[in-house]
Ligand binder design. Structure first.
Ligand SMILES: Cc1cc2nc3c(=O)[nH]c(=O)nc-3n(C[C@H](O)[C@H](O)[C@H](O)COP(=O)(O)O)c2cc1C
Length: 208
């Protein structure tokens, strides 16, 4: 699918289709109009979650906020140095894990396992939440002295966009670097050039 067609599809086809191993997310809700200053004022980390599964609309909005395509030329909601688009996001759900594909606004299954325990590391609260998003970087800055810095900066930008959406949608959410990076790399099928950088843990607030 061309990027231009993907962009138009994203805007005008609010459907969710299930193919064998692909979940086409509903179109992001572009009409949410909470003021930015309110979102900034409400943003905070929370580690208490309801185990209830998140609506697909919320999952769609989260991935759009982090890494969605927001222009016909394929550029994203979060910036990357030289627009190298070096960050990939993975949805870690109880029923399996998925790679987010911005061009189709799809989630593509990469594992049938519940990998939330690998995201948790020593922090058990993570497995109470229905979703973690793992941000994976790929060094596309070959030769640059600042390659690693830029990858981490880019992951931070994507993460903060999603955290602001969490504030707007009144979700519990925490950004983290703790996780079993080695085991996750294996289970997610990452290449040697890819490295898990950070994650956010998301759910409805406990008791909701
Ligand atoms: C780069 C980074 C890494 C973090 N790693 C973890 C983590 O591994 N586990 C955790 O519980 N919180 C983690 N946090 C969340 C911080 O503890 C939290 O943001 C901080 O206490 C400030 O609280 P606030 O987000 O409510 O402002 C991390 C935050 C950042 C920015």
């Amino acid at each position: 699918m061309s990027v231009r067609l993907a962009f138009l599809t994203l805007l005008f086809v609010p459907i969710m289709a299930f193919a064998q191993n692909t979940i086409t997310l509903p179109a992001p809700n572009l009409k949410i109009d909470v003021p930015l200053m309110k979102a900034l004022t409400d943003r905070q980390s929370s580690r208490e979650f309801s185990p209830k599964m998140l609506d697909w609309q919320i999952i769609s909005d989260l991935f759009y906020s982090a890494l969605g395509i927001n222009r016909p030329d394929g550029r994203r909601t979060s910036p990357t140095a030289k627009n190298v688009q070096d960050i990939t996001a993975y949805a870690i759900l109880p029923e399996g894990s998925y790679r987010y594909e911005p061009a189709g606004h799809n989630l593509v299954k990469v594992s049938d396992k519940d990998l939330r325990g690998l995201v948790a590391g020593f922090q058990d609260f993570v497995t109470n939440a229905p979703l973690s998003i793992v941000f994976v970087g790929e060094d596309k800055y070959a030769g640059s002295l600042n390659a690693e810095n830029m990858m981490h900066f880019d992951a931070g930008s994507a993460s903060e966009n999603a955290l602001l959406y969490c504030a707007v949608a009144k979700l519990s959410c925490v950004p983290r670097i703790t996780m079993d990076k080695q085991a996750l790399s294996k289970e997610l099928g990452l290449s040697k050039k890819q490295v898990p950088i950070s994650n956010i843990v998301v759910g409805y607030p406990a008791g909701s």
